[in-house]
Design a protein around this ligand. Structure first.
Ligand SMILES: Nc1ncnc2c1ncn2[C@@H]1O[C@H](COP(=O)(O)OP(=O)(O)O)[C@@H](O)[C@H]1O
Ligand SMILES: [Mg+2]
Length: 427
């Protein structure tokens, strides 16, 4: 059979969607499976997006609980592994530091393991938030062909030496409005899956094209393909057919989240032994946005303070402590509070200026947003910087921030924090 596989009817099964789902919109005939269909036909997952007001039957309720249980189990499993690494290396550090003759190199090396483990945990939470469409996105006007061209070396490296990567940029592909980081992440995830599907090598073709008022991006591999059963579940979070350690089943779930958050749709077709094609359709940028969106990336800024006063508000004591240490170490004066009520009381008693409010977003009692609004009434010169690991309350439905809102994502490093604070004070 010729390759790349023509988009022929495949063994991929279609789900019945209770008559509510539209037919696939791709140019290829055949029973395509779209993630959105999967979710419509799959109430357990649909309910993750707040399918409230629907009367679920006993059966559906059980499926839904089963599905949530699977998600919770997946998160718990991966976090427990990471926590196992952290708790043990951290204990080694304490033990060694308290020994007669502490070996500082060993302490440093063990502490680095802790840092590495937390980086893995951060990656995991970002994957989950991306799937759940609760990740902060910073969309800009994007030329997909240019993005793919720039990403080719990384994709090649991801796909591995045995895989031939062919980029086939289509002509006249209109720009899209997307967060470039998310689109890159999506392509890397798809390249990883292609690599895993072609252990003995093969071809990976990425092509683009204009498609009415949408842009089509296709990632096609000549790998082992999927059975209908696997294709059916491929977009589910934590669904994997790979050995533990090779995959955790969040790759396609994340692709689904990224694409739908950007207002697009994703589908896949696959044939065992022949290959897999993932097709993404993204809305083309409306002509008006082409004029007024800049894609400027802020350059490096100097960090460090000159005695400015910062009010740090977070209900997590450890985080207040960490932020306080980093900021006072860098030359800021730090006052802190564990919540909105306390912060407002402190601010009303405080004599001098408060240059910046650094506040958590989701806190018991008062949301960061309400605290900021009230504080700024009394102190109009105070700047506001939010920090959050789950910024939903300050995000629009598409995951974007209001133009005036600045947000630092948790977990942050000292560098991230100092850069964001300086930028907010100077901006
Ligand atoms: N390109 C592909 N070829 C064959 N199977 C795939 C491909 N992409 C995904 N799959 C199947 O879908 C499952 C879920 O994929 P994914 O969500 O990326 O999680 P993971 O790669 O961690 O298993 C994989 O375990 C695999 O069985
Ligand atoms: Mg994967």
């Amino acid at each position: 059979m010729s390759w790349p596989p023509a988009c022929s009817p495949t063994r991929t099964s279609t789900r019945s969607c209770g008559g509510s789902c539209s037919t696939p919109t791709t140019t290829c005939a055949g029973p395509w499976l779209r993630a959105s269909d999967l979710l419509t036909g799959f109430p357990p997952l649909l309910s993750l997006y707040g399918g409230g007001g629907v009367e679920w039957s006993e059966d559906v309720r059980n499926q839904r609980l089963e599905s949530l249980g699977q998600l919770a189990g997946g998160v718990a499993h991966d976090f427990n592994n990471i926590l196992g690494v952290i708790v043990n290396y951290a204990s080694f550090v304490v033990e060694e530091a308290e020994s007669e003759q502490p070996d500082v190199r060993m302490i440093a090396s063990d502490a680095r393991q802790v840092v590495r483990a937390t980086e893995r945990a951060t990656h995991l939470t970002h994957q989950l938030l991306a799937f759940a469409r609760r990740e902060v996105v910073r969309p800009q006007l994007l030329d997909l062909n240019a993005l793919i061209a720039g990403l080719e070396p990384r994709l090649r490296e991801t796909a591995g030496a045995g895989v031939t990567l062919l980029a086939r940029p289509g002509p006249d592909v209109p720009p899209v409005v997307c967060d470039p980081g998310r689109i890159e992440q999506m392509l890397v995830n798809l390249a990883q899956n292609a690599r895993d599907a072609m252990p003995a090598g093969g071809n990976l073709v990425i092509d683009t094209g204009g498609h009415h008022d949408r842009v089509r991006l296709r990632v096609c591999d000549s790998g082992r393909g999927m059975t209908a059963e696997v294709a059916d579940r491929a977009f589910e979070p934590f669904f994997t057919t790979k050995a533990s350690g090779d995959g955790i089943g969040l790759g396609l779930a994340m692709v689904y989240g990224i694409v739908t958050q950007a207002g697009g749709e994703v589908s896949l077709t696959s044939e065992p032994g022949l290959g897999t094609t993932v097709t993404v359709l993204l809305p083309a940028a409306p002509p008006s946005s082409v004029a007024d969106m800049s894609s400027s990336v802020p350059g490096a800024v100097p960090t460090g303070g000159h005695g400015e006063t910062l009010l740090v508000v977070d209900d997590e004591a450890g985080l207040r402590d960490v932020a306080g240490r980093i900021l006072s170490g860098a030359g800021y004066r730090v006052i802190s509070a564990e919540g909105g009520v306390e912060a407002l009381a402190i601010a009303s008693r405080h004599d001098g200026a408060i240059d910046l409010l650094l506040s958590d977003v989701v806190m018991p009692g008062m949301l960061g947003k309400d605290l900021a609004e009230r504080l700024v009434v009394a102190r109009p010169d105070t700047r506001v910087l939010y920090m959050s690991g789950y910024a939903q309350p300050v995000l629009h439905s598409q995951g974007t921030l209001d133009p005036g809102v600045a947000l630092l994502e948790k977990p942050f490093t000292a560098d991230d924090l100092l850069t964001a604070v300086r930028r907010r004070l100077d901006g």
